[in-house]
Ligand binder design. Structure first.
Ligand code: BEZ
Length: 211
């Protein structure tokens, strides 16, 4: 069965462009994003990997380690990184897993044979410091991901892990949030001292608590 939200992200040992790693040990106490791309030396992937390098500071600020994967070798990743630098103006500043045996791709169900026979699709796994899977996204090869959306979702995951809130449609960091229905109005007065607006008993909005 495919991995589901709340499952422990499977641990593995693999070669990467930054040396051999044990995944859980490499994650340490950080959040993690494991993402696959279909193939080195392909156009959409080249733009995506450059963008992740450009956003590295944003991931660092969120205590989040990023790591990519495809079924190409580490040597191929290293050669391709020159093209990423040349065309996207970004030096690869995070590790890429070489997975020619498909060991990690199979563990994470990243190969969807009815879409791409032997290559990984564009999978994203956001993993919490407890090593549990908090979010998964799957895109086909033809559609490049929006990594700003992945950061937006990461902000929501980190906020809702800390406070009894959820984030509404199209929320962005700094926007009003929803108080968890399990919190009584009385308790909400203490927990959310900036106050809250009751639109419905189940829909109470409050300013983002950590801003
Ligand atoms: C791409 O990155 O453009 C791509 C990779 C594999 C198959 C199709 C497109």
């Amino acid at each position: 069965m495919a991995l589901q939200l709340g499952d422990i992200a499977p641990d593995f040992e693999a070669d990467t462009t930054e040396g051999r790693i044990r995944f859980h040990e490499w994650l340490g106490d950080s959040w993690g994003i494991l993402f696959s791309h279909p193939k080195d030396f392909t156009p959409v992937c080249t733009t995506e990997l450059g963008e992740v390098a450009r956003l590295k500071g944003e991931f660092d600020r969120r205590n989040t380690k990023v790591i990519g994967l495809s079924v190409d070798s580490v040597e191929s990743h290293r050669e391709w990184s020159e093209d990423i630098k040349e065309t996207q103006g970004q030096t690869l500043n995070y590790p890429l897993i070489g997975d020619p045996s498909h060991a990690v791709a199979d563990l994470y169900d990243m190969i969807h044979p009815n879409a791409l026979e032997t290559l990984t699709v564009r999978s994203v796994f956001i993993i919490g410091p407890d090593k549990k899977i908090k979010l998964t996204i799957t895109y086909p090869a033809s559609t490049g991901r929006n990594f700003d959306e992945i950061i937006r979702a990461l902000d929501s995951l980190q906020l809702t892990a800390k406070y009894s809130v959820s984030t509404p449609v199209n929320w962005n960091d700094g926007g009003d949030v929803i108080i968890a229905p399990a919190i009584s109005d009385e308790d909400a007065k203490t927990a959310f001292p900036k106050g809250f607006t009751v639109l419905k008993p189940y829909l109470r909005m409050t300013p983002q608590p950590n801003k």
